[in-house]
Ligand binder design. Structure first.
Ligand code: MEV
Length: 439
């Protein structure tokens, strides 16, 4: 029987791997070799990666690719993408090329406000709490000056603190609902440090004030944390063109294409089962750029999906319409991104991604990421409403199938050629591989 281990984090990397191999891997040297295979020769780089997180044994690679030809607000950009899924980068590149000859993508940041909250319980009089909050608010703002002074020099800081009464939802529950501007940093550490200071001062001041805390009245801080829901840190990207220019596919007229495309978006607006997949496709593009630029894709995912459900039903993040012969397709999404701090200055590939993007500031990165999401969705809907998704997807997936079956370079060449004229399915790829091997 396996026993729990204590002090695992204090073991050296070798000791950790030995323990793992002995305990879970039947001591197979091949398993340990897999871990070692992904170590980096350069010990500095390896140490850097080891220290990003805890209990590291090896590295987990993701492909780092490039989608060129993105015309965004008049600038031609190449977008780095970190993603394992086949077809995603090809689809982004295709959409970029398509819109590059139709005016390109237009993007603008709508707002950059971020939110954090101190959650607390108070069992006293609401009116007294309100008055106490008003009197203590300047002290709260003053107390975070050592944390905010640098951010203020960069044009950021605390924008506001409001007291919110949440007692209708939970008895005695209130919040300090705080708004922040964090400029080019994602701002998680900044916001959390400010919030913890607010909480400390707020509680101390409350405990000193007999109007607030006496005769069984208590103010208890529950927790202080930023919110990854950032509906006011919002960016919009759009494409538009005369409907007759939507004629890339010679079999379908622009008008017909637009009609079906708009119907497909409408379905995602009203039907949550479709909306989730529709938005998943958008996140294929968004996450890939967020990851390549060293940003927190879990935070982005959580915030984006909450935004997609903001009206009480999960819905599409993109919208499309046709007005006066002009087809328009757009996205509005919340994105809390950073271009300074975190991994951005530590991870060599992230630094390179930022260089490829011409060192964007946070607002510029928001626009690029939104465009990547819109492009991805355009490509997906383009395929779905015309040829279907599998034709292109399986062609891209062919390489994965061939690699799974250890196809040689020569075998790959023959089968890629064969499948330019034949439909790819997993079984047909395997069957063809067997066939050429038996020749
Ligand atoms: C696959 O990763 C993404 C799609 O399913 C998105 C969509 O259906 O819109 C193709």
């Amino acid at each position: 029987m396996i026993k729990p281990i204590s002090g695992f984090s204090r073991l050296s990397k070798k000791e950790k791997i030995d323990w793992l191999a002995k305990t879970y891997l039947k001591n197979q040297p091949e398993d340990v070799a897999v871990l070692r295979q992904y170590w980096n020769e350069d010990s500095h780089l390896q140490r850097l990666h080891d220290e990003f997180t805890e209990n590291t044994l090896s590295n987990f690679y993701l492909p780092f690719g490039l989608a060129p030809n993105f015309l965004i607000n008049g600038d031609l950009m190449a977008i780095p993408m970190a993603i394992e899924e086949s077809s995603v980068i090809a689809a982004a590149s295709k959409a970029a090329k398509f819109w590059g000859t139709r005016g390109g993508f237009k993007a603008r940041v709508i707002d950059t406000k971020k939110i954090g909250q101190v959650h607390f319980k108070y069992n006293g009089n609401k009116e007294l709490l309100n008055r106490f909050f008003t009197s203590v608010k300047p002290k709260l703002l003053q107390a975070v000056k050592p944390i905010t002074s640098n951010m203020e020099k960069r044009g950021g800081g605390v924008l506001d603190i409001q007291l919110k009464d949440k007692t209708a939802a939970i008895e005695a529950y209130y919040q300090l609902h705080c708004e922040f501007e964090t400029r080019d940093s994602m701002g998680a550490n900044f916001i959390n440090s400010c919030l913890e200071k607010f909480a400390e001062v707020f509680e101390n001041e409350a405990n000193k004030d007999p109007h607030i805390t006496s005769e069984g009245k208590t103010l208890d801080i529950i927790m202080s944390i930023l919110s990854n829901y950032v509906p006011e840190c919002l960016v919009r990207a759009e494409v538009s063109c005369p409907v007759e220019e939507l004629n890339e596919n010679k079999d379908i007229e622009g008008k017909e294409f637009a009609k079906k495309f708009i119907e497909a978006v409408k379905i995602a607006e009203v039907e949550p089962y479709r909306a989730v997949t529709h938005n998943k496709g958008i996140m294929n593009g968004i996450d890939a750029v967020v990851l390549a630029t060293g940003n927190d894709f879990r935070a982005v995912e959580a915030g984006v999906h909450a935004y997609a459900a903001r009206n009480g039903q999960y819905s599409s993040l993109t919208h499309a319409g046709l007005e006066d012969g002009i087809f328009k397709f757009w996205i509005e999404i919340p994105l809390a991104l950073g271009t300074v701090g975190g991994l951005t200055s530590l991870h060599p590939l992230v630094k390179l991604a930022m260089d490829i993007l011409q060192k964007p500031n946070a607002q510029e990165l928001m626009k690029i990421v939104a465009v990547a999401g819109l492009a991805q969705n355009f490509a997906a809907l383009n395929s779905l409403t015309t040829t279907g998704i599998q034709q292109g997807h399986m062609k891209m997936h062919l390489m994965n199938i061939l690699n799974q079956h250890q196809a040689t370079e020569e075998e790959k060449k023959v089968l890629i050629e064969y499948f330019t004229k034949n439909t790819v399915t997993h079984s047909s790829a395997v069957a063809q591989l067997k066939k050429i091997r038996s020749l």
